[in-house]
Design a protein around this ligand. Structure first.
Ligand code: NAG
Ligand code: NAG
Ligand code: NAG
Ligand code: NAG
Ligand code: NAG
Ligand code: NAG
Ligand code: NAG
Length: 475
C-alpha cells in the first residue's frame, strides 16, 4: 500500500465534496456595457493575466464546514435486534482554508495543480466543543466484521479473540475531536503488528484524519487560453483520464470541472458537472430556476433526484452497485471495502424505508438539499450550500466478539454541510473600476444596485487591491 492509499483510507469521511462552496464571484463586481463576451472570456480563463487568477489560486472568501453527528441513543437494544434511535448533535463548525499549490502550466493548454486544505475549529459558531463525547457506531469494528465475511475461519477466530481482548465494541463513546481528527486504536495497532499488509492504515484513525493539511490530488484542467471550448474541464486527475472504482465505463468517467468554476455563458440547458475526488466519481447538478443573490442574477443548480439512485431505479447508476434501496450510494470500493454509503442528509430523496428504519431521522428538503447559485455569464459560484451524509451498513455482529443479533440496517454516522458566506464579503469589498474599453481598463457600472454604487470608489485594473478581483457582469 502506498502512502496515498493510506491517506485516503484514514480519511474515511467524504469530508469535502470536491465542490468548492466558496462563492468566488461575490468578491468584486463590475459591469462593462460593451465587449462583454471578449472581456469575460479573457478574465475567466486560467491565466496569470486573467482577473480571476489570484482568486482561483487562493480563495479569498471564508467558507465553513459544519459537521453533525448521529448519536446512537440505544446501543444495547440495537445489539439485541431493536430499532436504532439516533439524535443529531452539532453543528461542529470548521473554517476551511484552501489554496492551490504546485501550479504548473503545461504546453498543451492545460494547467496542473494540487489544492491544499486545512481546517480550524470555530467554537463560537458551533453547538458544543470538540471535547464533547458522542456514541457512534464503531466503523473499524463494524467494517472489519463486514470485511471478515469471506476470510478464512482461522482469521475470523483470531479477530474475535482480538476484539474481545481489546474490549472493542460495536459502538464507541469518543470525543468529537477524536472522531474527526483521529485516535489511536489498539485494534489497528495489533493488526498492523501481525498482519502488516492487511489494513491500508497506519497510526490514527478518524473520519477526517489526514484531511487537515492535505490536498486533493493532482488535477490537470484546461485553461481555456488557446481553446475556449474545454475551459475548466478536467483532463486528468492524478494522471488518470478515468477512474477504476466502479463497474461501468460510464460511471468511471471523469466528467466536468474540478468543482469551482464552470464555462461562462450558461443557459437553462446548462448543467454543473464536476469530478469529486472524495466521492471518487463525477456528479451532475441540474438547472432549477433563476434567482438573485445580493443583487446579482444567478442560476440555481440542484441535485437531480437520481444522483444517488440505485441501478434498478436509474440504470446509468448500475455501475455504482451492488446497491441497496435507492437513494444511497455504495462507496465501499473507494473506501477500501468499508461498508459505507453516501447520500443526502437524513436520507432525503431516498427510499423512505431507510429513514423509517432509524428513529430520529427527519428528511426535510428545506434543510437537507444542496444547491449552487452560479452567475451565468461568468460561470462563477455566488452562493452555495453542499450537504452530504455518510452512513454505515451494519449486517451482523457475528465474529466481532459480541453476542446478540442485530437487524441489518443502514445507520447514519454524520452529515456535513459546506457553506460559502459570500454575502457579507461581497458587500465589504464591492467596488467599481474606471476605464476605457480599449485598454486593460474597463468602464464599469456598479453591479449591486445604486445604493452600493454611490459608496463605491473607482479602481484601476487589473487587480486593484491584493486579494480583490474584478468581475464583469451583464444583465
Ligand atoms: C511541489 O513542488 C515542489 C517543488 O517543485 C516539489 O518539491 C514537491 O514535491 C511538489 N509537491 C507535490 C505534492 O507534488
Ligand atoms: C497535457 O500535458 C500534460 C503534462 O504533460 C499531460 O499530463 C496531459 O495528459 C496533456 N493533456 C492533453 C490533453 O494533451
Ligand atoms: C489543522 O492544522 C493546523 C496547522 O497544523 C492547526 O493549526 C489546526 O489546529 C488543525 N486543525 C484541526 C481541526 O485540527
Ligand atoms: C462517554 O464517556 C464520557 C467520559 O468518560 C462519559 O462522561 C459519558 O457519560 C459517556 N457517555 C455514555 C453515553 O456512556
Ligand atoms: C459522464 O458523461 C457521459 C456523457 O455525457 C455520461 O454518459 C456519463 O454518465 C457521465 N458519467 C458520470 C459518472 O457522470
Ligand atoms: C457495496 O459494494 C461492494 C463492492 O462492490 C460490495 O462488495 C458490497 O457487497 C456492496 N454492499 C452492499 C451492502 O451491497
Ligand atoms: C433499488 O431501489 C428500489 C427502491 O428503493 C428497491 O425497491 C430495489 O429493491 C432496489 N434495488 C436493489 C438492487 O436493491
Amino acid at each position: 500500500m502506498g502512502g496515498r492509499s493510506r491517506t485516503r483510507w484514514a480519511a474515511v469521511a467524504l469530508g469535502v465534496t470536491g465542490l468548492l462552496c466558496a462563492v468566488l464571484g461575490a468578491v468584486m463586481i463590475v459591469v462593462v456595457p460593451s465587449l462583454i463576451r471578449q472581456q469575460v472570456l479573457k478574465n475567466v480563463r486560467i491565466d496569470p493575466s486573467s482577473l480571476s487568477f489570484s482568486m482561483w489560486k487562493e480563495i479569498p472568501v471564508p467558507f465553513y464546514l459544519s459537521v453533525y453527528f448521529f448519536e446512537v441513543l440505544n446501543p444495547e437494544e440495537i445489539l439485541k435486534g431493536g430499532k436504532p434511535e439516533v439524535q443529531e448533535r452539532g453543528p461542529y463548525v470548521y473554517r476551511e482554508f484552501r489554496h492551490k499549490i504546485n501550479i504548473t502550466f503545461n504546453n498543451n493548454d492545460t494547467v496542473s495543480f494540487r489544492e491544499h486544505r486545512s481546517f480550524q475549529f470555530q467554537p463560537a459558531k458551533s453547538q458544543g466543543s470538540e471535547s464533547d463525547y458522542i456514541v457512534l457506531p464503531n466503523i473499524l469494528v463494524l467494517g472489519a466484521a463486514m470485511m471478515m465475511e469471506n476470510r478464512p475461519m482461522s482469521l475470523k477466530l483470531m479477530m474475535t479473540l482480538a476484539f474481545s481482548t481489546l474490549g472493542e465494541r460495536a459502538f464507541m463513546n469518543r470525543t468529537v475531536g477524536e472522531i474527526m481528527w483521529g485516535y489511536d486504536d489498539p485494534l489497528v495497532n495489533l493488526i498492523n503488528k501481525y498482519f502488516p499488509d492487511m489494513l491500508p492504515l497506519k497510526g490514527k484513525f478518524g473520519l477526517f484524519a489526514e484531511m487537515n493539511n492535505s490536498d486533493s490530488g493532482v488535477f490537470t484542467v484546461f485553461t481555456g487560453v488557446k481553446d475556449f471550448s474545454r475551459i475548466h474541464l478536467v483532463d486528468k486527475w492524478n494522471g488518470l483520464s478515468k477512474v477504476n472504482f466502479w463497474h461501468s465505463d460510464q460511471c468511471n468517467m471523469i466528467n466536468g470541472t474540478s468543482g469551482q468554476m464552470w464555462a461562462p455563458f450558461m443557459n437553462p440547458e446548462s448543467s454543473l458537472e464536476f469530478y469529486s475526488p472524495e466521492a471518487c466519481r463525477s456528479m451532475k447538478l441540474i438547472y432549477q430556476e433563476p434567482g438573485m443573490f445580493e443583487g446579482i442574477p444567478t442560476y440555481r443548480f440542484v441535485a437531480p433526484k437520481t444522483l444517488f439512485a440505485n441501478g434498478s431505479v436509474y440504470p446509468p447508476n448500475e455501475g455504482f452497485c451492488p446497491c441497496l434501496e435507492s437513494g444511497i450510494q455504495n462507496v465501499s470500493t473507494c473506501r477500501f471495502g468499508a461498508p459505507l454509503f453516501l447520500s443526502h442528509p437524513h436520507f432525503l430523496n431516498a427510499d423512505p424505508v431507510l429513514a423509517e428504519a432509524v428513529a430520529g431521522l427527519h428528511p426535510d428538503p428545506e434543510e437537507h438539499s444542496l444547491f449552487l447559485d452560479v452567475h451565468p455569464v461568468t460561470g462563477i459560484p455566488m452562493n452555495c450550500s453542499v450537504k452530504l451524509q455518510l452512513s454505515i451498513y451494519v449486517k451482523s455482529i457475528k465474529g466481532i466478539g459480541q453476542t446478540g443479533k442485530i437487524q441489518p440496517v443502514v445507520l447514519p454516522l454524520m452529515w456535513f454541510g459546506e457553506r460559502g458566506h459570500g454575502g457579507q464579503a461581497a458587500a465589504d469589498v464591492l467596488h467599481t473600476a474606471g476605464a476605457d474599453a480599449q485598454g486593460d481598463a474597463l468602464r464599469p457600472v456598479c453591479a449591486a444596485g445604486p445604493g452600493r454604487c454611490a459608496a463605491a470608489r473607482p479602481h484601476h485594473l487589473p487587480g486593484a487591491e491584493p486579494g480583490q478581483m474584478l468581475f464583469i457582469l451583464e444583465w
